[in-house]
Design a protein around this ligand. Structure first.
Ligand code: GTP
Ligand code: MG
Length: 211
């Protein structure tokens, strides 16, 4: 698909439902990818950029804004899900426990999940809480790929360094993808590359249905 076709396709994303627990997860037989990461890393903004819709997913300056799992349906072909952020130091313990339970249920029960995108703030790099998620994904054998976000905020040298360090810290995980993506939702950088990754996931699923 060329980028124009991508834009037309991804723009047709619609909010499908939001889930506070496993009983509210939608039962669908479509490939799904999710966007995970620390609070405020830019998950909801990236979903808006991918779908070139300004306010499809709610974004905020306040960390921990997205507390439910939000599901987005793209033309009954692909689901995107926006996960609540983790690693917010001021979150009460009870909230953190709820988050862990929700995530475990999500990753263990979404058999249609094709890939987890773990968003990492390019200015900060990988944190312990990201490693905790990677450990969990490794155990449940769900593939993940890192996307460095907010790259408009750093120099090209710093971007090279954080990309290399992210790669070297994720290589040890069997479930990790060896390519680190980079994005800026503000400057619309890296979105076409993410479209191509999503298209590949769609094609793989289409072909496996034909076989
Ligand atoms: N400079 C810059 N700021 C960004 C970018 N992406 C997001 N932001 C800002 O970062 C803040 C958080 O963005 P969100 O998309 O709400 O982050 P989130 O990961 O969904 O946050 P939670 O739902 O709280 O976990 C907002 O103020 C955004 O405007 C980016 O690419 N560049
Ligand atoms: Mg959010």
């Amino acid at each position: 698909m060329n980028e124009n076709k991508n834009l037309i396709f991804y723009q047709q994303a619609e909010h499908y439902t939001a889930a506070a627990d496993i009983s509210q997860f939608p039962h669908i037989n479509l490939p799904e990818v999710c966007f995970a990461g620390r609070s405020n890393v830019g998950k909801s903004s990236l979903i808006n950029s991918i779908c070139s819709k300004r306010s499809l997913a709610r974004t905020s300056n306040t960390p921990g804004r997205t507390q439910l799992i939000h599901f987005y349906n793209i033309k009954n072909k692909l689901f995107l899900s926006d996960l609540p952020g983790y690693g917010y130091a001021k979150a009460p313990k009870s909230k953190r426990f709820e988050w862990i339970k929700l995530m475990e249920n999500y990753f263990k029960n979404r058999s249609n999940l094709s890939r987890v995108f773990i968003l990492i703030d390019a200015r900060r790099g990988i944190k312990n809480s990201d490693h905790e998620l990677m450990d969990l994904l490794n155990v449940v054998a769900v593939n993940f790929q890192c996307i460095l976000t907010k790259i408009d905020k750093i120099s090209s040298t710093a971007l090279r360094e954080v990309t290399a360090s992210t790669l070297s810290q994720t290589e040890k995980y069997a479930a990790s993808f060896p390519e680190i993506l980079q994005s800026s939702s503000n400057k619309k950088i890296g979105i076409d590359k993410i479209h191509e990754c999503l298209n590949l996931i769609l094609n793989i699923n289409d072909n496996s249905k034909k076989e």
